[in-house]
Each structure stands twice: as structure tokens, then as C-alpha cells.
Design a protein around this ligand. Sequence first.
Ligand SMILES: Nc1ncnc2c1ncn2[C@@H]1O[C@H](COP(=O)(O)OP(=O)(O)O)[C@@H](O)[C@H]1O
Ligand SMILES: Cc1cn([C@H]2C[C@H](O)[C@@H](COP(=O)(O)O)O2)c(=O)[nH]c1=O
Length: 215
Amino acid sequence: MAELIFRTGTMDAGKSTLALQTNHNHAARGRVGLIFTTKDRAGEAVLSSRLGLTHQAVEVNPDFDFWKHVVQSLTAGARIDYLICDEAQFYAPAQIEDLAKIVDELQIDVFCFGILTDFRTKLFPGSARLVELADRTEVLQVEALCWCGKKATHNARTENGAMVTEGDQVVVGDVVEDADVRVAYEVLCRQHHRRALTAARAKAVSLAPEPLPFG
Ligand SMILES: Nc1ncnc2c1ncn2[C@@H]1O[C@H](COP(=O)(O)OP(=O)(O)O)[C@@H](O)[C@H]1O
Ligand SMILES: Cc1cn([C@H]2C[C@H](O)[C@@H](COP(=O)(O)O)O2)c(=O)[nH]c1=O
């Protein structure tokens, strides 16, 4: 039976790497797959991992029709055993529903990869629909860490080095600790996300001079 699988984790957890490994492992056994992504940091129509691997992909725009694309390919004689779908948090809920239909009606495995929540800790609509529809939702085993050493569970957005909790849900960016980068991201544990305590702020606080003792 084909399956819809959602593999999730914070930013920088290794999702795109796993997407490329999944493709490699299936292709190595003679299975034929299609690769999709959207808004990858490396540019349009490319799936990139921070480990340096990249693969050409179909860019999923808001009006992209998965069902039509797959049915047209099959009708033209192509073989499709599986789909790899990266940055799936950005897909529209209707596109996720089409992926579920592809699994059920065409018996094609669909492997989705993406983050669950945004910088405000709110679910992305695409990820919410995946959690609702997937046969399995798996959290990546390789854990990204908060600066304190605990497992990172949340994605923080920084603007000019300071954590923000307001703004557009979608802003493409990377995890970098550099106050000169206008918009960046940092993974944190819940406690430090709640307190807006990023690595830079924690360092600044720990370097602040001790107040003079009174009396
Ligand atoms: N120089 C490096 N050496 C070893 N591993 C690295 C290096 N740079 C990045 N990584 C690994 O790559 C992971 C990020 O991979 P990536 O697939 O781009 O993440 P995601 O798609 O989840 O944002 C990091 O968590 C780390 O494990
Ligand atoms: C938290 C958050 C992230 N994004 C963007 C930033 C990146 O371009 C991607 C995540 O990519 P990764 O491969 O998982 O590192 O999502 C965003 O647009 N809004 C957010 O709130």
C-alpha cells in the first residue's frame, strides 16, 4: 500500500538531506520518482541541503496542480513510483489534499519534508493539513540544538539580530548568527523561545557587568 509520510523537524534538522537520501535510496533500487520543492534558499527549481547536495526539482507555485502534473505524466507513458516533496510547509492545504489523493488513487508513495511551525509557534497551513492527512508523521532523529544544549523545538526569526514575533509568515532565510543579516532564523528550546533569549542575547546578558553590591 502506498503511503503519505510527513517527516518534520526544526530548521537545520536535516530534512532536505533526508529528502535527497530518500530519493537516492529508492532510485538505487530502480524506483522512479519526481522531486518537488518551493522557495528553496538556493533558488527556483532546486532542492538543496546544507551538506552541499543539490538536485533539480519541480517548483511548486501556489497554483501548481499536483494531480494534473502526475496524471499527465502517467498518461504520456512515464512511470512514477514516488514523489519527494520538500519545503512542504509552504504548500497550500488543497495541494496536500491532492498528494493524499495521489497516494490513494494512484498508489504512489509521497514523502513530504518540512517544518511544522513558524516563528510565532503557529502551524503552517500546509503542515497542519499534512498532520491531519498523513499515514505517518515522523520527527527527525537528528536533533538541532538550542544554544543551551537542549533539543531545539522552535524556530525563532531575528531582524538585525533581535528576535521578532510579528511579521509575514513566509520569509525565506537561513540560520545564521549575524546581527548584520536583516532577517535570519535561530532554533531554540521552548523556554528560550518564550523568553526571546537568543544566543546573542544570552551572550550579551552573561557579559553584562555585575551590579555593585549595596550596603
Ligand atoms: N559542515 C557540516 N558538517 C556536518 N554536518 C553538517 C555540516 N553543515 C551542516 N550539517 C548538517 O546538516 C544539517 C542541516 O541539513 P539540511 O538538510 O539543510 O536541514 P533542513 O532541511 O532540515 O533545514 C545540520 O543539522 C547538520 O546536521
Ligand atoms: C520559521 C520560519 C521559516 N521560514 C522559512 C525559512 C526557510 O527559508 C524555510 C525553512 O527551510 P529549512 O530547510 O527547514 O531550513 O522556511 C518562514 O518562511 N517562516 C517562518 O516562520
